[in-house]
Design a protein around this ligand. Structure first.
Ligand code: NAG
Ligand code: NAG
Ligand code: NAG
Ligand code: NAG
Ligand code: NAG
Length: 483
């Protein structure tokens, strides 16, 4: 009896507390948003930035600003020197200048500037996306003239981009997840790669940003060209990447999972070509894929003239190699390493089924004929059906393929699975390319129990989302045997 009463009382108090909390939240939100919604976003000079992280309302205001589609013609920019703030823990780097948006009227004449800023931004659930934050210097190739390598990462992984770029010979679209204090570090790394990396990075890589809107920067910083940056502390190319190899504090302290599928989708959707390879940042492509692939699709188009073409994607086998060896660039080199026992199929010790495609040992036995090394063909066309329902192929496709579900995080694993399942329900053909592959940055992966423990809560979440998704998809497309 006593227990029951106590329980009821507790229940009432709990409900009351939550109602009050909800009311408080609604009021708080209303007040904050009404007072700060700008009528036109204008970017203009401002006093030095605040020393500390901005108060929650400032976050909200800035989130609102960055998520508002700016009226480009009325927007103007000027710069404030970040170095003058004298703030050692400032979130700005000396290599960027501050752009602060403020309220203004349409009549204000924009300053004559050569930048087409501010950037186009987009809200994706709780994330803000800054599209083409730093576009490639080289104009994008025509829609059908190249293939875009689309990838994503946190700042810790950006050092792989030069290698990707040098191997790819085409445009890259890279989204970088950089919440809060990660942003200035990420920007500095991007600038370092553009300045000190191979010219390819500057010419062919377009960078986008992704962060929680609640962790938006109190101002968005616009990096300048090298020439304009001369008066700031120069990035020291000879010092190399080491000084920039920091560890994200905000992601561990706030336990932020990496929204890999938001980043994946953003990179893919912002590609300027018909064909895209949505891949992971540590997977290095073999050489000459772009011209070979374009040649393959034009040959196919000729052959299939007038025929109904099934839904299909072109998959690349994936490998990993011991850290003592360079990542192979040609199939010949790769096969040699596999024979020596130094290279293996990707995730062989972690999840062998994830990369186990039909007749994969045969794939390793077929080398291109002499004189035909530069020709790409289809090794085999297959479906992703039983017993290969764990297969997570990476493939060249288009933006017509379904997107990745953005609620799935990297920590939670199986982040590509629901998309794979969808391709199966849609009865996609998987054309395995015979003379192209991906190889993971050297070092062979094994399971770590610490890592598993850290990721457990996120895996629990992903699984829940995953199960819901599968049910929804079965409803949407109807069940298909084997998926
Ligand atoms: C922004 O400008 C408009 C028009 O001048 C004005 O009505 C509004 O109150 C201003 N908002 C803020 C936050 O200053
Ligand atoms: C600023 O950073 C230094 C080390 O980088 C740290 O010791 C100090 O506590 C920080 N100060 C504030 C106010 O965060
Ligand atoms: C814009 O570019 C033109 C030519 O490229 C140059 O003459 C002009 O000075 C630039 N304006 C600014 C504000 O940089
Ligand atoms: C950059 O991409 C173009 C195609 O857009 C390609 O022809 C060129 O080789 C690439 N540059 C480098 C340095 O790889
Ligand atoms: C750049 O880094 C190198 C190597 O760490 C160092 O010797 C050199 O003094 C640095 N240059 C500047 C201008 O800081």
């Amino acid at each position: 009896m006593w227990l029951r009463n106590e329980g009821r009382l507790f229940g009432v108090v709990f409900v009351l507390f939550n109602v009050l909390l909800a009311i408080f939240n609604v009021l708080n939100y209303r007040v904050a948003s009404r007072a700060t919604v700008p009528c036109v976003v204008i970017v203009a000079p401002t006093p030095p930035p605040p020393v500390d992280t901005p108060a929650p309302t400032a976050h909200r205001r800035n989130a609102a600003l960055t998520s508002t589609r700016p009226a480009a013609p009325t927007a103007s920019l000027t710069w404030t020197d970040a170095a003058t703030t004298g703030d050692q823990n400032s979130t700005t780097t000396p290599h960027t200048q501050i752009v602060r948006a403020r309220n203004s009227t349409r009549e204000e004449t924009p300053l004559p500037l050569n930048y087409t800023l501010p950037w186009e931004t987009e809200q994706r659930d709780k994330y803000t996306v800054v599209k083409r934050y730093i576009p490639a210097d080289r104009p994008a190739p025509a829609y059908d003239e190249s293939v875009t390598l689309c990838t994503q990462g946190t700042f810790e992984f950006l050092q792989h981009v030069p290698e990707l770029c040098d191997r790819w010979e085409g445009p890259l679209s890279v989204s970088v997840y950089a919440p809060g204090t990660d942003l200035p570090v990420a920007v500095r790394k991007i600038l370092f790669l553009r300045k000190c990396g191979p010219p390819c990075v500057r010419l062919n890589v377009s960078w986008h940003l992704v962060y929680e809107s609640s962790l938006a920067p109190s101002r968005l910083e616009a990096p300048l060209d090298t020439a304009d940056m001369a008066e700031y502390e120069p990035l020291n190319c000879t010092a190399g990447f080491k000084p920039l190899q920091l560890v994200s504090e905000i992601r561990s302290s706030k336990k932020l999972p990496y929204p890999i599928n938001v980043a994946r989708n953003v990179a893919r959707q912002l590609a300027g070509t018909r064909y895209v390879l949505a891949s992971d940042i540590e997977l290095y492509p073999s050489l000459h894929i772009v011209p070979r692939f374009l040649d393959l699709v034009s040959r196919l188009a000729e052959k299939e003239m007038g025929k109904v073409i099934p839904r299909r994607v072109f998959t690349l086998p994936i490998f990993e190699i011991k850290k003592e060896f360079p990542a192979p660039k040609t199939k010949e080199e790769l096969v040699k390493r596999v024979k020596e026992g130094h290279a293996i199929f990707f995730h062989k010790w972690v999840c062998d089924a994830c990369q186990n495609f039909p007749r994969r040992d045969q794939w390793l036995k077929t080398l291109p004929e002499k004189g035909k090394e530069d020709i790409l063909g289809i090794f085999q066309t297959t479906k992703r059906q039983m017993p290969r329902t764990a297969w997570e192929p990476i493939y060249i496709g288009t933006n017509e393929e379904p997107l990745y579900d953005e609620r799935l995080t990297w920590e939670g694993k199986r982040d590509k699975m629901s998309q794979m399942f969808e391709l199966c329900l849609l009865d996609y053909d998987f054309c395995i390319l015979d003379n192209a592959f991906l190889v993971h940055s050297p070092g062979i992966k094994t399971l770590s129990s610490v890592d598993q423990r850290r990721r457990a809560p996120f895996m629990y979440k992903n699984n829940a989302v995953h199960n819901k998704l599968l049910a929804q998809m079965k409803k949407k497309y109807g069940p298909r045997k084997g998926c």
